[in-house]
Each structure stands twice: as structure tokens, then as C-alpha cells.
Design a binder for this molecule. Structure first.
Ligand code: MSP
Length: 669
């Protein structure tokens, strides 16, 4: 039975070495795979997502000896931590393979024997330089250094000279077949730039490959010649066959093989795009459709890796933010083929601006209005206007584009497009001003329509972001009173208007935490040791520290001894009742709101540092006290022409409102 490639999707990550626990670089590959797996399920395909660990070889043997452990004990402990990390990152793999699993070892021996039988593997003598860190033989043209040694050109570590009897794989015989395959299947290696590298490497000529070792004990024994163990890369690559049932669950294997995409870092592309297809050709297997070589996450422009000691432990980020902001950041920040520099600043910017502000606030304010104006259930909407319908038609176009982006692994583009639409929905609310509609009982049907459209749009957004942020998407759907998650609806069946009037929505909850950089860095430095993350405290708005926004004075300053002022001095302050006509967030500012207020004589714009205590909807229509003859200040590019009065409780503003109607402009004395 041949695989029907349109109906199934088989995605793999590399299997990770167990010399240490996975870091953000490893998490990246796994998150990409998870996102693709979730999307392809939504697209209606039967998906198999394989990940696991690479547990044999000299690297592990050495790391275990250094720790005073057996290789298996080291592997067991690392696997436990890797499984915890994948759980914390919401990774939905179907099978976790360990190369020490008995069925895998048996499968590798069988596949090895198959190539011995076909004449592709033969016994000979190997003499050459070997890099333990990369588990790789150095090319012959690497020069000797002054100490008569060779250094690995990939990782910069000293290589060891080995000379031993070995089995060779006849790689050279596959040069032309590989080149023909690349030419006939340009999608075999992606991105295109990597295909060019691979093609020129192969065109330059291939040497036969030593695929067994006599000096390494921690490995799968060669069948019938147990003094030799099988080269760890030969062993590891075959996990893609054994992990899908080869030789032990043939119906499963036949359903999913060949793999649709092997996701790999660019450093291990050669193993996957040259050796692996050659092994498969020799064994008579169909070749995977695509090997996707993604870029590296760098720190200070250097690849993050355990041996360089510059790895970033995802634990602190996960503890503070949960999985979705990290998943979002890694996928949004760079196209999958390129390198990216990981910085906490860039991460926090995305988390606060794109997630907490753009998406989080949209969901929060929509649900708040549905609760405040309709008790949680929208009823009696008027028919949609052309503008209302535009929200839907734009979504349909977005849905088609996002489909193509997920399908072609351009996930950052999918997210970019989704965020443009989020901006559009925020604008729709700002233009339609439901808070103003709410003041007029006669406009209730219109209010219902506007909120219905907004609710439908955030449900639709939840659907599209689901592959990247499954937890948050499910939460959005839950808040909207949806019984299933976005995983349960096929892409083709998803309808914008699936949010009907009368549906009971829940009380709004914050979807994403808003975290200040300094606090986060302090937390990171404190040592990832389970200390309390006190991120709910108020912090100065970045960029306005030097100039305090109109609004409450921080308490510490209020405690300073104050000068006595005369009554005449007090009378110089023009304090008045102001009526809030409009309130909105300021993009990129977590603590500020922009208000438009009627002060009796005119309308003024002001910027107030109250966003941590009040949403724009909370303030709409409220009356409060402002000082109107304070010198204006420009904050975030907006001229603030008045300042409100508020109590400051734990660094947060609490505004005194009036308990009865007081006309705007009434003096406060
Ligand atoms: N065990 C082999 C893979 C065998 S697959 C049959 C291996 N393991 S690894 O643990 O060293 O690396 C696994 C993957 O993590 C590689 O694809 C590698 O590119 C990726 N990454 C490791 N550090 C990385 C970054 N700093 N950034 C992005 N990915 C990186 O190689």
C-alpha cells in the first residue's frame, strides 16, 4: 500500500543527544515541528510527529564517564528532563523514540545487514581524524596543525587520529543518483540556498563512509561481528524508519513513510540530505519529500550550544510566561531558514506588545464590553453593514493566505499577516466606538452587531493562531463559550460566523502576562531556582521615566516632606470636573491610556498612567478631576494637555469618581 501523501503528514525532529538537557535551540526545532503537526491536523491530514533522543556513541560514552554514570543512566535522566520540557512547551508528539529501545536496535541491525547483503557495505581499514563532539570524520583536506593534530572545522575542537578495521558504506556510488534526485526534486532540500550547498558538496565527489567503530563500545553491535559497533549517525538516522513502525508495525510504516519533512538545523543538513538519502536508496526505500534546514539561534552572534557555554535555558521564560509567548517569539522573529539573535529585550517586546497589548487587550476589552453591556450574552444584533462584512471577507482572504504559509513553512509570514488583521479589528472597534453606542438605548442593536463582529473575529483569530499558540487559542475559545478547541474544527469547515448571538461568554481573563524587562532580567539572574516571580508589580513605563506622565505621583515621592503653599498658590491651580469622551491604549505603552476629555470649555487630549488599573472601557463616560493649567508634556509623541488626580495604591492609580451627575467643567476648589 503506497502512502497517499495528501492525506497523511509525517514530520520529524532530529533526535537529540543526551549528553545534556535540551536548550532553546533544540526547543526551536521541536516547536516548529509541533506547529506544523497541529496545522496539518487542522488541514484534515492524519499526522505523525516523531521526536526522541540519540543515545549511543562516543559523545555520550564520554559525557557519562565524566559524570560517573553509565551511558544508560545518563540518558534516562536527560530523557526525563526532556520529556518535562516538551510537556511544558505543549509539544504534541505522537512517539518519542530512544535509540536504546530494543526494537530500534534490532531494526538498525536488520537495515545494516540489508546493505551488507546488497554489497553497499563492505569491510576495510580506516585511518583518519575523528571529531567526538560532532561524531564526524574530518575531510582529508583539513591540514595538520603545528602539533601534528587536526582541528574540527565545524566546532573548532581537537580531533583524534583513529586507525581501525571498519565497515564502509559505498557512498561514492550514489553521487550521480543523488544529483539526479536533487535536480528532479528541487523541494528535497529547503531553503533553496541550502540545496545549492548540498548540490555542490555532492558534485565535488563523495568518499565511501566508515560506518562502524571498534573502539566505541556504547553502540549497536554489527550483526555477526560484535567487536564492531555501528556508527552513531547510521544508527540515529534510521530512527525515522523504526520510529514509524518499520519492521515492527508495517501498516503504520506503510501509511506514513516517506516522511513529508525532516526538520533539522543547518549544521546537520549534510547527514540528512546526503548520507541519509544514500542509505535509503541503498535499502530500496522511497526518499523523504523535504529536508528543511533551519537556522540557528545565536547569542551575541555565536551559535548557542552547550559546548560554548552560552545556552539559554527556557525554564525561566516558561515559568513566567508559559509556553505560548516563547513559541510565538521563536516563530515570529525570523523566517525558519535564517539565523536569529536571541535577546530578552526582543522577546519581551514581542510578549508585551504583540501578545499582551495587541491580541490580549483585544480579547479582554471585547469580552469586558459583552459582559458590561449584555451580561455576557449578545442579543438582538442589527443586520451587518458593509463595514461589518468587510471584517469577514478580509478574514476569508487571510485564512487562505495563512493556510499557504503554514503549508510552505513560512510561519513568520502567517503570523505577520494575522497581526495585521488584529490591527484591523482593533481599528474596527475604535471606529465604531461601542462605548459611545452603549450610552444610547436606541442604538443597542448596532452595539450588539459591533460586539458580535468583534467576538467572531477573535474566535477566528484563535483558530488561526492555534498551531503556534495552542493553549492561548483554546483559552480564547473557552472564554467565548465554545465547547471544543480549534483542534476540533477542520480548516475547510471553519466559519467566521460560527459565533452566534445568544452564546454565553465568560468573564474576561488576562491571556498574557505583561512583564517589565528589568524585573525579568533580575529574575533570570536570580538563578532560575523557583523564586517567586513578582511580575504583577507596577513599573515605570519604558521611555517615560525621565518625564513622569500626568497622573498619579509614585507613593515614595508623595512621602517626601512637602513645602507649605499659600491659599493663593493653591488657587492658581485650575482643577475641574472632566468628562471622558474617549479612552484608548497607546501601542507599545503598557501603563498609559490616551484620553479625550470634555473640560466644560473645550475638549482636551491627555495621557494618563492608569492602564494597569483601568481598561479604556472602564473609563468611558466617567467623570473625574483634572488639572487643566499644568504645562503640557509630550509623552509617546502625544501632547498631554491635562492631568488627572488619583490616589496611588501600591504604585497603581485609583481614581476618585463622582457619585452623582456633575457637569463637565465644574470647578473643584
Ligand atoms: N543527535 C544529532 C541528530 C541526529 S538526527 C538523526 C544531533 N543532536 S543535537 O542534540 O546536537 O542537535 C539537534 C538539533 O538541535 C540540530 O538540528 C541542531 O541544529 C539543533 N540546534 C542545536 N543548537 C541550536 C541552536 N542554537 N539554534 C537552533 N538549533 C540548534 O545533532
Amino acid at each position: 500500500m503506497a502512502k497517499n501523501s495528501d492525506r497523511t503528514f509525517y514530520v520529524t525532529t532530529p533526535i537529540y543527544y543526551v549528553n545534556d538537557v535540551p536548550h532553546i535551540g533544540h526547543a526551536y526545532t521541536t516547536i516548529i515541528a509541533d506547529t506544523l503537526a497541529r496545522f496539518h491536523k487542522q488541514a484534515g491530514r492524519e499526522v505523525f510527529f516523531l521526536t526522541g533522543t540519540d543515545e549511543h556513541g562516543q559523545k555520550i560514552e564520554k559525557a557519562a564517564a565524566e559524570k560517573g554514570l553509565t551511558p544508560k543512566a545518563l540518558a534516562d535522566s536527560v530523557v526525563t528532563r526532556a520529556l518535562d520540557l516538551w510537556k511544558a512547551l505543549d509539544i504534541s508528539y505522537d512517539f518519542f523514540i530512544r535509540t536504546t529501545m530494543e526494537f530500534h536496535e534490532r531494526g538498525v541491525q536488520k537495515l545494516f545487514q540489508k546493505l551488507v547483503d546488497s554489497g553497499d557495505i563492505y569491510k576495510g581499514e580506516y585511518r583518519g581524524w575523528y571529531c567526538v563532539s560532532d561524531e564526524n570524520f574530518l575531510p582529508e583536506d583539513v591540514p595538520l596543525d603545528s602539533e601534528n593534530c587536526k582541528t574540527c572545522p565545524d566546532c573548532g575542537k581537537k580531533a583524534a587520529l583513529v586507525s581501525e578495521e571498519t565497515y564502509f558504506f559505498r557512498l561514492s556510488a550514489y553521487r550521480q543518483r543523488l544529483l539526479d534526485h536533487y535536480a528532479a526534486h528541487p523541494e528535497f532540500v529547503r531553503p533553496q540556498s541550502r540545496m545549492n550547498e548540498v548540490t555542490s558538496f555532492v558534485a565535488g565527489g563523495l568518499k565511501n563512509l566508515s560506518i562502524t567503530r571498534t573502539t566505541v563500545k556504547w553502540g549497536v553491535p554489527v550483526p555477526g561481528d560484535p567487536g564492531h559497533t555501528i556508527y552513531v549517525w547510521f544508527d540515529a538516522l534510521h530512527n525515522y524508519l523504526t520510529g514509524i513502525g518499520y519492521d515492527w508495525d508495517m501498516p503504520l510504516y506503510e501509511k506514513f513513510w516517506p516522511a513529508d519533512v525532516h526538520l533539522v538545523g543547518k549544521d546537520i543538513l549534510r547527514f540528512h540530505a546526503v548520507y541519509w538519502p544514500a542509505f535509503l536508496m541503498a535499502g530500496g526505500f522511497a526518499l523523504p519529500r523535504t529536508v528543511f534546514g533551519h537556522g540557528w539561534w545565536l547569542r551575541d552572534d555565536t551559535k548557542m550550544s552547550k559546548s560554548r557555554g552560552n545556552v539559554l535555558d527556557p525554564e525561566v521564560i516558561l515559568k513566567t510566561f508559559g509556553p505560548d509567548p516563547l513559541r510565538y517569539f521563536l516563530l515570529r522573529e525570523i523566517p525558519i531558514g535564517q539565523d536569529g539573535n536571541f535577546s530578552h529585550e526582543a522577546f519581551l517586546h514581542r510578549a508585551n506588545s504583540d501578545l499582551a497589548n495587541d491580541l490580549g487587550n483585544l480579547v479582554h476589552r471585547t469580552l469586558t464590553m459583552i459582559r458590561n453591556y449584555f451580561g455576557g450574552r449578545i442579543t438582538g444584533p442589527e443586520g451587518p453593514s458593509a463595514e461589518d462584512l468587510r471584517l469577514e471577507t478580509e478574514f476569508e482572504a487571510l485564512k487562505a493566505r495563512v493556510f499557504d504559509h503554514y503549508e510552505s513553512c513560512t510561519v513568520n509570514r502567517a503570523l505577520e499577516d494575522i497581526w495585521v488583521y488584529i490591527g484591523g479589528v482593533n481599528k474596527y472597534l475604535a471606529d465604531n466606538e461601542p462605548w459611545i453606542l452603549a450610552r444610547d438605548a436606541g442604538r443597542r442593536p448596532r452595539l450588539a452587531r459591533v460586539l458580535l463582529q468583534a467576538a467572531a473575529a477573535i474566535r477566528a483569530l484563535g483558530y488561526l493562531v492555534f498551531p503556534v499558540m495552542p493553549g492561548s487559542a483554546a483559552k480564547i475559545w473557552g472564554l467565548l463559550g465554545e465547547e471544543q478547541t480549534p483542534a476540533g474544527v477542520l480548516y475547510a469547515d471553519f466559519r467566521f460566523d460560527g459565533f452566534e448571538p445568544g452564546r454565553r461568554t465568560a468573564s474576561p481573563e488576562a491571556l498574557f502576562p505583561r512583564v517589565d524587562l528589568e524585573t525579568f532580567l533580575a529574575e533570570d539572574a536570580r538563578g532560575k531556582d523557583g523564586a517567586e516571580a513578582g511580575f504583577d508589580k507596577a513599573h515605570a513605563e519604558p521611555g517615560v521615566e525621565s518625564r513622569r506622565p500626568p497622573g498619579p505621583e509614585p507613593r515614595k515621592e508623595a512621602r517626601k516632606p512637602m513645602d507649605i503653599i499659600t491659599f493663593d498658590e493653591f488657587k492658581r491651580m485650575d482643577l475641574r470636573v472632566a468628562h471622558i469622551l474617549k479612552a484608548e491604549r497607546i501601542p507599545g505603552a503598557t501603563k498609559l491610556l490616551k484620553l479625550e476629555v470634555d473640560i466644560g470649555t473645550e475638549t482636551r487630549t491627555m495621557v494618563a498612567g492608569v492602564a494597569e488599573t483601568y481598561s479604556p472601557e472602564d473609563l468611558m463616560g466617567k467623570r473625574l478631576i483634572v488639572i487643566v493649567n499644568l504645562k503640557p508634556a509630550v509623552i509617546r509623541g502625544i501632547e498631554s494637555q491635562a492631568m488627572l488626580l488619583a490616589a496611588v495604591v501600591d504604585d497603581k492609580a485609583v481614581i476618585p469618581f463622582f457619585d452623582r451627575e456633575v457637569p463637565a467643567g465644574t470647578p473643584v476648589k
